[in-house]
Design a protein around this ligand. Structure first.
Ligand SMILES: Cc1cc2nc3c(=O)[nH]c(=O)nc-3n(C[C@H](O)[C@H](O)[C@H](O)COP(=O)(O)OP(=O)(O)OC[C@H]3O[C@@H](n4cnc5c(N)ncnc54)[C@H](O)[C@@H]3O)c2cc1C
Length: 368
């Protein structure tokens, strides 16, 4: 039997690691495909800005991972899939599969805001490194203004790391603006978390502007929907992801590009195609899964069990969501080696940052 995994982020890597524990290389040939050579630990991208981590520390060698799991790694982008012929097309090559896993994640979206695509981001490791380099070019002897657009998880973490960066450089004239279209910081989270984080940053001089949609960006010049204009030295865009461009070409049932799965994580109507991680729209018994690392990993584990069960003629396992849109859980770092952990709507501060870093270090060990 042949398994092909498209996309080797958190979900793709997890499905390979989990299925190799269930099936030997004689039972299952695995091909992993990704245009990147390294898995990117996106949750730590904001720390590239403060220099707390290096790109090498928060990325893992995919070829090495594949070799450790008796899999073949193809370092290319998939261009299309022929679901009838059961082949994945990579350049001139056609790679056959019995089972396919689509784990192509998401990509940054600028919601069509004019000029937004010219701003800085931290979505990919290369983006984060580019943003750090731009920070280093700012003349900190003068007054410097930086706008972070989007006060979701990434925007908040970016602000925390910018604070640390400016503190380390003793840049007393640096001003950070956090701009959010919704009426609060961290919109998906409960008010206890939002209010705590808002006060944490306000106490450190960050100017938080909520209920302020961005209409256009021209270099550092930002025009808000209410007509307010703001001149800054640098704009960092941290809001919004959309489905990967490849996933939108498959013609599979989708919600705004995210591929709809059944309760076993198969693409609707396709018995041999699993979709996991950010690329998937997974709703089980009315509960919509979040797009986060925990979900990507759990979905990878369930897909692995289900592929093994199909091969062995056993019944499929229904997926149980763990980190949902209605009840999100997360570690949110705030700079100063501080973080909050959100679990079942409650917020925990003690040891949260150390636990977050422990999880990162533990995760990256699988690439050693
Ligand atoms: C800056 C940032 C910070 C984040 N912080 C957190 C956090 O603190 N906590 C949390 O839980 N989540 C966080 N997330 C979200 C989390 O990273 C994602 O939910 C998670 O990465 C999803 O895993 P995935 O495997 O579905 O996608 P990804 O990890 O994005 O992997 C997708 C892979 O598919 C590959 N791919 C794309 N197109 C193709 C193609 N055509 N052919 C082959 N391969 C392809 C990509 O190269 C990539 O390697 C953050 C995301 C970002 C961007």
């Amino acid at each position: 039997m042949k398994l092909v995994v498209i996309g080797c982020g958190f979900a793709g890597v997890e499905v390979v690691g989990a299925i190799r524990k269930l099936l030997s290389k004689d039972e299952l040939e695995i091909t992993m495909i990704d245009p990147r050579t390294r898995l990117e630990y996106q949750a730590s991208h904001p720390e590239i800005l403060s220099g707390k981590v290096t790109p090498e520390e928060i990325s893992g060698d995919l070829a090495k991972f594949a070799a450790k799991h008796d899999a073949t790694f193809v370092n290319k982008a998939v261009e299309s899939v022929d679901f009838d012929k059961k082949v994945v097309k990579v350049g001139e090559e056609e790679i056959p599969y019995d089972y396919l896993v689509i784990a192509t994640g998401g990509q940054c979206t600028f919601f069509g805001v004019p000029g937004a695509d010219k701003s800085y981001t931290v979505n990919t490791l290369a983006d984060a490194v580019r943003t750090r380099k731009a920070l280093e070019k700012l003349d900190l002897n003068k007054e410097v203004k930086i706008a972070v657009i989007g006060a979701g998880l990434t925007g908040v973490e970016v602000v925390g790391e910018l604070n640390d960066y400016f503190k380390e450089k003793n840049a007393k004239n640096a001003k950070i603006y956090l701009i959010e279209a919704m009426d609060k910081v961290l919109p998906p989270f409960k008010d206890n978390v939002s209010n705590y984080v808002r006060k944490f940053f306000e106490d450190r001089g960050v100017e938080i502007m909520t209920s302020k949609g961005v209409k256009s960006i021209d270099g550092g010049h930002i025009v808000l929907a209410d007509g307010t204009e703001l001149d800054t030295d640098m704009v960092i865009w941290t809001c919004g992801i959309q489905c990967s461009s490849l996933a939108t070409t498959f013609g599979l049932e989708n919600v705004r590009g995210w591929i709809v799965t059944d309760e076993y994580l198969r693409a609707k109507g396709k018995d041999d195609v699993f979709v996991i991680g950010d690329a998937a729209s997974v709703e089980i018994d009315g509960v919509l899964c979040g797009k986060n690392v925990e979900e990507a990993e759990k979905q990878g584990q369930t897909a692995a069990v289900n592929i093994a069960n199909l091969i062995k003629g056993k019944p499929l396992k229904k997926y149980k969501p763990v980190n949902t849109v209605s009840d999100p859980r997360a570690f949110i770092s705030l700079g100063e080696n501080k973080a909050v952990m959100v679990f079942k709507g409650m917020m925990f501060k003690f040891m949260a940052y150390r636990l977050k870093k422990f999880i990162e270090h533990h995760y990256m060990k699988r690439f050693d």
